[in-house]
Ligand binder design. Structure first.
Ligand code: F3S
Length: 390
């Protein structure tokens, strides 16, 4: 891979251990995936922030980078942590809270923005055509497909390395040729709500593997529905973007069709306990937008959370502040608007939660393994009916 004189100096350790280590990570990745050079990025987004998913060993690596004066060169946002400081921190063991604080401190020492969200685009939308190094798979697919930015699906370490160097190798989704569709998907299913879009993503992710699809026939495509589709495609497959609407067919492409039965099957498979009473009703995977906060608040108005049920709405601090009236409405009903966290990366099993109802196909997919919970996957309206009474 071609390196400039300045990049070679960093690789040789002339700019310190932290920069050298990060440059080594990027050069190794570039060599593995046939990168030709490093290109500047406008932002980075780092995952693996929750102590639950990170574990102990990487904390020492983060501390070593911060001790060696590793500093991010571009705006660097962070994925959700394992608890929020108000509600969950009081209910979870103190040692988990301390470890979580330690992780956040290391990222802050390196100059990251403690956004703690998987929807960094709600905070600041990247420019079309800008190159990013983002590590949250749902945000990667959304950024490439909906926002028109260019990013590979980074891992936590490579996103942090790119943030510290301010560059990333130019392979994969950073090249125009790799962003062209290679498979045509005809949607014949009627997608009626956000959960159907998520189920479509789960179904497609398995079929597409890493192919870029041109999806035709999507109706009612709100940004929030596309957010569910993005999250779910990335959950079961390696596709990093999709095209939707009418796409020029420059070459003959493989074609697949999705019917109602495919979407229904995906929903059924993700509902492991459809007739159980949920311990937790959860909205906010990926983190809620202001529009979604409005929808939840409207459905919660004048109602009360049922006894024996937890009701969580997860979002970023940024959206929580922007949707203050909605937050008050939801909290009046007895629900909790939790900022900077989500059920999947928190320790719901330690709170005795065994059945989770959600409108998110991604959460329903991960909950049996990561949260040791049974699942009910239903649209937001149904979730709120199960959570609230009156
Ligand atoms: Fe975000 Fe947690 Fe879902 S990080 S995408 S809310 S699993």
């Amino acid at each position: 891979m071609y390196l400039t004189r300045e990049e070679e100096r960093i690789l040789d350790g002339e700019c310190g251990w932290a920069n050298q280590t990060c440059m080594k990570i990027l050069v190794r990745l570039g060599e593995l995936f046939n990168g030709r050079r490093l290109i500047p990025i406008s932002t980075a987004h780092v995952s693996g922030i929750s102590y639950k998913t990170l574990g102990d060993a990487p904390i020492e690596f983060l501390r070593a980078l911060a001790d060696a004066n590793g500093k991010v060169k571009v705006k660097t946002t962070l994925n959700p942590q394992g608890l929020d400081p108000e509600y969950l921190a009081k209910r979870l063991p103190n040692n988990l809270c301390q470890k979580q604080l330690d992780i956040l401190e290391q990222f802050e020492r390196m100059g990251s923005t403690p956004s703690l969200t998987c929807t960094p685009y709600h905070l600041e939308k990247p420019d079309r055509g800008s190159h990013l190094a983002w590590a949250e798979s749902s945000a990667v697919v959304y950024a490439n497909s909906v926002l028109g930015a260019w990013t590979n699906r980074e891992g936590g370490p490579s996103a942090l390395a790119a943030a510290i160097v301010g560059k990333t190798p130019d392979y994969g989704m950073h090249r125009a040729a790799n962003r062209q569709p290679s498979i045509l998907v005809n949607i014949e299913a009627e997608l009626q709500n956000e959960t159907d879009f998520g189920a479509l993503g789960i179904h497609l992710g398995k079929l597409l593997r890493d192919k870029v699809p041109a999806i035709q026939g999507l109706q009612k495509t709100s940004k929030d529905s596309l957010k569910q589709l993005s999250a779910a495609i990335a959950t079961t497959g390696m596709a990093n973007m999709f095209h939707c609407g009418t796409c020029p067919r420059e070459k003959k492409m493989e074609e697949i069709t999705v019917e109602d039965k495919d979407v229904r099957r995906a929903i059924d498979e993700l509902s492991t306990a459809p007739s159980k009473k949920p311990d937790l009703v959860f909205i906010g995977c990926p983190h809620c937008s202001v529009d979604e906060m409005k929808q939840v608040a409207k459905l919660a108005r004048g109602k009360k959370v049922k006894p024996g049920t937890e009701f969580w709405v997860c979002t970023s601090n940024h959206v929580r502040e922007a949707a203050g009236d909605c937050v008050r409405e939801i909290e009046k009903s007895g629900g909790h608007v939790l900022a900077g966290v989500c059920t999947v990366v928190s320790w719901t099993e330690k709170l005795g939660i065994q059945t989770i109802m959600t409108n998110s196909a991604k959460t329903a997919y991960y909950a049996p393994n990561l949260s040791k919970a049974e699942t009910i996957l239903s649209p937001m309206k149904e979730c709120l009916k199960a959570a609230l009474q009156g």
